[in-house]
Design a protein around this ligand. Structure first.
Ligand SMILES: [Zn+2]
Length: 88
């Protein structure tokens, strides 16, 4: 079943979130100052999103939005940069 049927989001808005997440991830992967990527999730995220919360090597980041998200508002997990050198 497509995620749009589970979450009540339109297929268009799911596709938009997906392309935005992909663009954000690509920008971070291209930035040499960003060593890792954090997946941040809201406190009320569904179990699928809670499970993906964490810090990942740049080349092993799971795709967002989560395919198995069951939250009524859809997946709201997002990529955040993890920067080692806070004081370069
Ligand atoms: Zn979710």
């Amino acid at each position: 079943m497509p995620s749009s049927e589970r979450t009540g989001l339109s297929a268009e808005s799911v596709a938009k979130r997906k392309s935005e997440a992909e663009a954000a991830l690509k920008r971070m992967q291209a930035n040499s100052r960003i060593s890792k990527i954090v997946i941040a999730v809201p406190g009320d995220a569904c179990p699928a999103c809670q499970a993906v919360f964490g810090t990942y090597p740049k080349d092993q980041v799971p795709a967002l939005p989560m395919e198995y998200c069951t939250h009524p508002l859809g997946c709201r997990a997002s990529y955040q940069p993890f920067i080692d050198e806070l004081f370069p």
